[in-house]
Design a protein around this ligand. Structure first.
Ligand code: ATP
Ligand code: MG
Length: 267
């Protein structure tokens, strides 16, 4: 009898211990799960914030670049044309009617060209420039501006039927075009610039190729003190799930390529 009740007590104690251990295990499991879940949520939130921050930064850089282009265009082209028209008007000699007609004609042409250029510029100032124009037109416009500045042969190639990418993706791609073209102007000393846009059902690719002096890519791979431009392009391409490649050969040129996978293209 005594033995039996001792066994019951032992079983009870063992049961309680197992129960407590199980409870403790479950509690710690729940605790760990909650912690991990919270950490995961925090990481997700941080990723979302850095994505939005990066988009905003790219948007501001596009604006900055656009203002730079516009001030240059006003200074170099429109300003020049209006100054010439003013000079024409100021030097009109009413006693020479035959030359008068020529000068009036020239001034008219200059003012008309200035108006047309101003109209183009004001389109570029639209708040949603890329959405309004579409990526193709925006890219072509960037290249035209460079061609107009002189000193470059430019080629614009379009393959496939264009479809809109995600708004954010277009913004990032456009910013990459601007930075790559800036780099060519700043560093490449090239004569030719090619922009190639390729729209395939499953993937959009952009290549920008120059025939300039090229550069050594090694510092890029060991993350040393290289400029921010290429690093930003690389990070931003990753942010939108795109591939980014840059290749360069000394004395031959550089090519930058970005490929954006596409879900179902809108046709
Ligand atoms: N198309 C190119 N041709 C020749 N060299 C280039 C070209 N693009 C980039 N480089 C070289 O790579 C370097 C890094 O370019 P990156 O855009 O990162 O920086 P950056 O243009 O010098 O400065 P930032 O873009 O920050 O104003 C440049 O300093 C230049 O030496
Ligand atoms: Mg740069």
């Amino acid at each position: 009898m005594q033995k039996e009740s001792r066994e019951i007590i032992i079983t009870l104690i063992a049961g309680t211990i197992i129960f407590l251990l199980l409870g403790a295990w479950m509690l710690s499991f729940l605790f760990l799960y909650r912690n991990r879940h919270r950490k995961h949520q925090q990481e997700k939130e941080q990723l979302r914030l850095s994505y939005e921050r990066e988009l905003l930064k790219a948007q501001l850089e596009i604006q900055e670049q656009t203002f730079k282009n516009i001030s240059q265009e006003i200074h170099d082209n429109i300003g020049q044309m209006l100054s010439l028209a003013k000079l024409n008007l100021a030097t009109m000699d009413l006693s020479q009617p035959d030359r008068l007609e020529q000068k009036i004609g020239d001034s008219k042409k200059l003012v008309a060209q200035a108006i047309a250029d101003l109209r183009n510029l004001s389109h570029g100032l639209s708040t949603d420039y890329i959405a309004d124009q579409g990526l193709v037109r925006a890219a072509e416009h960037e290249l035209e501006m460079i061609k107009k500045s002189g000193g470059y042969e430019t080629v614009f190639l379009l393959e496939g039927t264009p479809y809109p990418l995600d708004k954010q993706n277009e913004l990032i791609v456009y910013r990459i075009i601007q930075e790559t073209l800036n780099n060519i102007i700043k560093h490449a000393a090239s004569q030719k610039i090619i922009i190639h846009l390729r729209y395939r059902p499953e993937e959009f690719t952009l290549s920008i190729i120059d025939d300039g002096k090229g550069f050594d890519l090694t510092p890029l791979t060991n993350n040393s003190s290289f400029g921010l431009g290429i690093k930003n392009m690389h990070n931003r391409a990753r942010l939108i799930g795109a591939g980014f490649q840059i290749s360069s050969t000394l004395e031959q040129g550089t090519s930058v390529m970005i490929s954006v996978p596409v879900g179902t293209p809108i046709t």
